[in-house]
Design a binder for this molecule. Structure first.
Ligand SMILES: [Zn+2]
Length: 118
C-alpha cells in the first residue's frame, strides 16, 4: 500500500496518503521545525490531492531547472564581464556567488516534495 498517516501537503488535513520522499529541502525544514520546538509533521499526499501534487512537483522541477540556468548565466556573466573589464577582485566574486545563490534558491519558495509512487 505505502499509505502512511500524516498531514496532507495540499489540503492540510490529517489524512492517510503517500509519504513525501525526504530530500535536501525536507531535511532542512525538519531541522528548522525541531530548532523552533515545533512538533514534527509527517508530510503525505492524500489520494484526492495526488493530481495536484504531481502538477506542483512538475512546476517546481521546471522552475528549478530554469533558475539554475539563470544562476549560472548570472554568475559567469558577472565574473566574466568583471574579468573583461579588468576588475577581477574578490568583491565581484562574492556578488556573483550571492546573486547566483538567490536565483538558485528562488524556486524553493514554491517547493513541492516528491511522493513515492508504488
Ligand atoms: Zn489532500
Amino acid at each position: 500500500m505505502g499509505n502512511e498517516k500524516g498531514v496532507c501537503v495540499v489540503c492540510g488535513e490529517a489524512a492517510r496518503g503517500k509519504p513525501a520522499i525526504a530530500d535536501f529541502a525536507i531535511g532542512f525544514m525538519r531541522r528548522a521545525r525541531k530548532t523552533l520546538g515545533a512538533k514534527p509533521v509527517h508530510t503525505v499526499c492524500c489520494e484526492k490531492c495526488m493530481p495536484e501534487c504531481k502538477k506542483r512537483r512538475v512546476g517546481f522541477e521546471s522552475a528549478k531547472r530554469t533558475y539554475l540556468v539563470l544562476a549560472a548565466l548570472l554568475f559567469f556573466g558577472i565574473v566574466g564581464s568583471g574579468a573583461y573589464l579588468g576588475a577581477d577582485n574578490m568583491g565581484l566574486v562574492v556578488v556573483a556567488v550571492v546573486g547566483a545563490l538567490v536565483f538558485a534558491l528562488t524556486p524553493y519558495l514554491r517547493y513541492a516534495p516528491r511522493f513515492s509512487q508504488d
